[in-house]
Design a protein around this ligand. Structure first.
Ligand SMILES: C[S@@+](CC[C@H](N)C(=O)[O-])C[C@H]1O[C@@H](n2cnc3c(N)ncnc32)[C@H](O)[C@@H]1O
Length: 278
């Protein structure tokens, strides 16, 4: 029997993490907008384009390409997120959503552009996954995606790590920084290797760094941390009392970083572009 990959991520995004992400999707859209706007405009979508949005989540980037006239397919491994994406885009004729694993789904050799906003770092076999993604691109087609740089360059997430230290279970084996997850593509050279091995050419990896606006409401910021941030994972292993202590510790650390304008923390991403051979 063929071994299925990405099972752990499939479970996460169809369960706790997917539900959490849906509940704060509008907030995430707002926080990542400085990165998203640059990546979406790099695609320069037009009615001539057929775009595949990989790990499209609730579909906000797919929708912006469709509004620019492109024909768009969003693919995602999460049934719940695909359902939300369909609901968010009802009546848009040039946009469809497909439930599937972008690493292994047989893709039509049809797309002029593959795009992803933070949706390509979750493959258990990234080299094979990118070869598969390449197989959907027409000659001369393009890929544009965003992925996060290392955690220390992303204070908007890492600010919660230090206060969570006393609540962590001791790790059995040290975590591989390249294991599937939000920061798996932090190493620029590794991303370059994956794309080169998949036959992409003209690979460019641009560093984007800015202070993102996490907002003025500590409740909204905490909802994000408790549903999709590192706190959300740790809460799974704690009883109620310890859970409340962990929430309080993260909250105190974030409040200490706020000022009258709200919470602004460093975020750093790679904007990656490349071409399929023509
Ligand atoms: C961090 S979220 C980003 C979602 C969306 N692009 C956005 O910016 O809001 C990552 C997304 O990748 C999806 N994903 C993870 N592994 C996948 C795979 N193998 N194939 C397709 N989608 C996948 C998840 O279900 C999730 O929706």
């Amino acid at each position: 029997m063929k071994e299925r990959n990405n099972i752990e991520q499939e479970e996460l995004w169809n369960g706790r993490l997917g539900e959490g992400y849906i509940s704060v999707a509008n907030y995430i859209d707002r926080v990542v907008r400085p990165f998203s706007d640059l990546a979406v405009s790099a695609v320069n979508a037009s009615p001539r384009e057929l775009i595949l949005d990989v790990g499209c989540g609730c579909g906000s980037t797919s929708l912006s390409f469709a509004r620019a006239g492109a024909r768009v397919t969003g693919i995602d491994i999460s049934r719940k997120m695909i359902a939300r994406a369909r609901k968010n885009s009802k009546g848009v004729p040039n946009l469809s959503f497909h439930l599937g694993d972008a690493a292994s789904e047989k893709l039509d050799l049809a797309y002029t552009h593959v795009f992803s906003r933070f949706g390509v770092m979750f493959f258990s076999e990234p080299f094979a996954a990118f070869k598969n993604i390449y197989s959907g691109l027409k000659c001369g087609g393009k890929i544009t995606f965003l992925c996060w740089q290392a955690l220390p360059e992303n204070e908007w997430i890492s600010a919660s790590l230090e206060p969570l230290e006393p609540f962590r279970q001791p790790a059995q084996t040290p975590l591989d920084p390249r294991s599937p997850g939000g920061f798996a593509f932090a190493d620029r050279d590794y991303v370059m290797d994956i794309l080169s091995a998949s036959q992409f050419v003209n690979i460019k990896i641009e560093s984007l760094r800015t202070n993102v606006d996490m907002g003025q409401s500590i409740d909204e910021i905490m909802a994000f941390h408790a549903r999709v941030g590192p706190l959300s994972g740790i809460l799974q292993d704690l009883d109620e009392e310890r859970g409340l202590e962990a929430i309080a510790a993260v909250k105190a650390s974030l409040v200490a970083r706020m000022d009258k304008a709200g919470l602004h923390l460093l975020a750093s991403a790679w904007l990656v572009t490349a071409d399929a051979k023509s």
